[in-house]
Design a protein around this ligand. Structure first.
Ligand code: SF4
Ligand code: SF4
Ligand code: FES
Length: 646
């Protein structure tokens, strides 16, 4: 363990740690651009200069590329080092357009921060500036090449880390160019990370350009809900609109990055057409009126038909809190049936995953990255769990063998960033590797016997779930011995349903009485429901989701519910005439337009009380109370001990 002294502070770090990281470990930030903990060292920007006063190395050195060694005496504030850093900033700024007041990176720009911190405030250079032409990179990313400081972070991420082949660096000397090799949009499904990784404003999120500044945003720690990986994100909201979604570091789940689906697929959150008002028989009504009507309708239906003809239906879209209360609601209704899944195959797979996985055999991202072999079982990884493709790539680059077992050909647009061998069956995969081998199963092919066979092989397992919270749905479906809705309907055991964020296909609804539904999106259930209650999305609510590896993570409300201010119908300003004359609108309202939505679990809690059940003080009760103190900014906790503890 090298022991060194940095700015008079003794430091001891693991072998291989750079001086920059060693300084960071004791709270000293050495200015840097090209260094990024997730990427290989380039030492391209020359900003991280420090002076070595004594020890095995002497003089000015680049701290990002210098491994800490015993006996080093480092100064980060030596006048020579400061002078070098100031000169580097000045030279990096030679060709920079200095468009800070209007640059869409303003407030999030490392160059701006370090230019000011480095004391460079006066331009001495009087020559002509180098300028570039920008490229069209697609709908997601805007290109502004003049702001480039040639740190090579983008190309190290795009090519080396994510395996993209259509983007890179061309040119030479003072005219190196970072862009696509041919006209066209970026092809990598991870291209959005260029926005976060570029320390200047060369790549910015086109979908949120010039809408707000960093300091305008409301944000909070959140968890992506697009697949069961559960990557950590931070939605950035302005005036009730989610403008950007950026990655949030969690070394146990997604490292530093997220996929493009998470970053760009957000229009539904802001959709003015989202159902936002409670309805009774087609007419808008107050929330309590709708809840009263739903409770009355449930009680009447149960009295006439018996509780077991009624199903309360949820889905893997629900938070853990709502899933837990779904079972309590079924009890309050006199013993209604509970469905967490519409489809039998989905339920079988999710329940099998919940039964088979435990602390030792459930693989997480670090184990995937360090695997000796990975078998993808009938799987399109980019489609079903994009960020895991980057973990498999890491393993591949470290020498792991990758097999695609029994799979359909992967569509060209989803070509994974690693080479693999297609084999017919799992027998062709060398299971002897045991703990160093990992099988990743696709959501579409979860035959429980096959999963049990795989689980008995000694390999570690990744079983992807249908939906962000599919693992929790599988656990609770197992705990309450529930049946999927399709089976109950086929056996004619259910005649009426109350649905919570459940995507029940239209065909299944014929012959069923929909008593009430609660959702944040439109669909056949919502259309058919005489009583409708709008619910919040995950950016408007607090909740817990359990990812594919059994890790519970908390997401936090990052904006209030309601219609986005931008494009708000003039009727909400007071009157259409006022809307035209007043800008910004100055009619003050007590309530938020379209802001009637409530969290699904709160709707259930109200129904439980109306049906004669106990008031819900805290939805995470019983064994789940261990999760109450879960830190949304932490790494989450695996729930296997919690589940087996009861
Ligand atoms: S485009 Fe951005 S990330 Fe790439 S080299 Fe230039 S400044 Fe660095
Ligand atoms: S891999 Fe899944 S959870 Fe992660 S960012 Fe992409 S869609 Fe979201
Ligand atoms: S951060 Fe060290 S040279 Fe760029």
């Amino acid at each position: 363990m090298p022991k060194l002294i940095i700015d008079d502070i003794p430091v001891e770090v693991a072998p291989g740690t750079s001086v920059l990281e060693a300084a960071r470990s004791v709270g000293i930030t050495i200015p840097h651009f090209c260094y990024h903990p997730a990427l290989a060292i380039a030492a391209a920007c020359r900003l991280c200069a420090v002076k070595l006063l004594d020890g095995p190395v002497k003089g000015i050195q680049m701290s990002c590329a210098l491994p800490a060694q015993d006996g080093m005496v480092v100064s980060t504030t030596d006048p020579e080092a400061l002078k070098m850093r100031a000169l580097v900033i000045e030279w990096l700024m030679l060709n920079h357009p200095h468009d800070c007041p209007v640059c869409d990176e303003g407030g999030e720009c490392l160059l701006q921060d370090f230019t000011i911190a480095g004391g460079h405030s006066r331009r001495r250079y009087q020559g002509k500036k180098r300028t570039f032409q920008n490229q069209y990179l697609g709908e997601g990313i805007h290109h502004e090449m003049n702001r480039c400081i040639e740190c090579y972070r983008c190309v190290r991420f795009y090519q080396d880390y994510a395996g993209g082949t259509d983007f890179g660096v061309t040119g030479s000397a003072g005219r190196v160019y970072f862009g696509r090799f041919q006209e066209g949009q970026l092809e990598s499904p991870f291209s959005g990370n260029l926005v976060d990784i570029c320390p200047t404003g060369v790549f910015t999120d086109k979908t949120g350009r010039f809408r707000a500044r960093y300091w305008d945003y409301q944000f909070a720690p959140s968890v992506c809900q697009h697949c069961s990986v559960g990557c950590n994100t931070s939605p950035q909201n302005f005036q009730r609109e989610t403008i950007k979604i950026v990655g949030r570091r969690n070394d146990q789940v997604n490292g530093w990055f997220i996929c493009d689906r998470a970053r760009f697929d957000k229009g539904y959150l802001n959709d003015p057409q989202r159902p936002r008002e409670p309805r009774l028989d087609g007419a808008t009504c107050g929330y309590d009126v709708a809840v009263d009507a739903a409770a009355k309708s449930i009680a009447e239906f149960v009295r006439k038909n018996g509780a077991d003809s009624l199903a309360v239906v949820g889905s893997p879209r629900l938070s853990l809190e709502a899933m837990i209360l779904l079972a309590r609601l079924a009890r309050a209704a006199g013993g209604a049936r509970i469905c967490y899944f519409g489809d039998a195959a989905q339920q079988q797979g999710s329940v099998a995953a919940a039964r088979l996985l435990h602390e030792e055999n459930s693989a997480h991202i670090r184990e995937i990255e360090q695997a000796q072999w990975v078998a993808l079982h009938a799987l399109d990884l980019i489609e079903e769990a994009p960020m895991l493709a980057l973990a498999v790539r890491k393993a591949f680059l470290a020498g792991a063998q990758i097999f695609l077992v029994d799979g359909n050909p992967i569509p060209e647009r989803n070509t994974p960033p690693f080479k693999y061998a297609a084999v017919e069956s799992l027998d062709d995969v060398p299971f002897e590797g045991g703990g160093k081998g990992i099988v990743i199963c696709g959501a579409g092919r979860k035959d429980p016997e096959l999963l049990a066979h795989i689980a008995s092989s000694g390999a570690k397992l990744v079983i992807l779930q249908p939906g962000a919270n599919g693992f929790a749905a599988g656990l609770l479906a197992q705990e309450h011995a529930t049946s999927p809705l399709t089976e109950l309907v086929a056996a004619r055991q259910v005649r009426g349903v109350v649905c919570f964020e459940a995507d029940v296909p239209e065909g299944l609804l014929s012959g069923l009485e929909v008593l009430a539904s609660a959702d944040w999106r439109r669909g056949p259930v919502e259309a058919k429901s005489p009583i409708f209650l709008p619910t919040t999305t995950w950016v408007e609510s607090d909740g817990t989701a359990i990812n594919y590896e059994g890790r519970a993570q908390r997401f936090q409300r990052s904006r209030v519910a309601g219609l986005p201010l931008k494009g708000l119908d003039p009727k909400y300003y007071g009157s259409a005439t006022e809307a035209v004359t007043l800008h910004p609108p100055r009619v003050h309202r007590k309530d938020i337009p379209g802001g009637a939505e409530r969290d699904a679990w709160q709707v259930m809690a109200q129904l439980i009380v109306r049906l004669g059940g106990e008031p819900v003080v805290e939805p995470l009760a019983g064994k789940w109370s261990a999760l109450r103190s879960l830190d949304p900014e932490g790494e989450g906790v695996r729930i296997f001990d919690i589940v087996s503890g009861e």
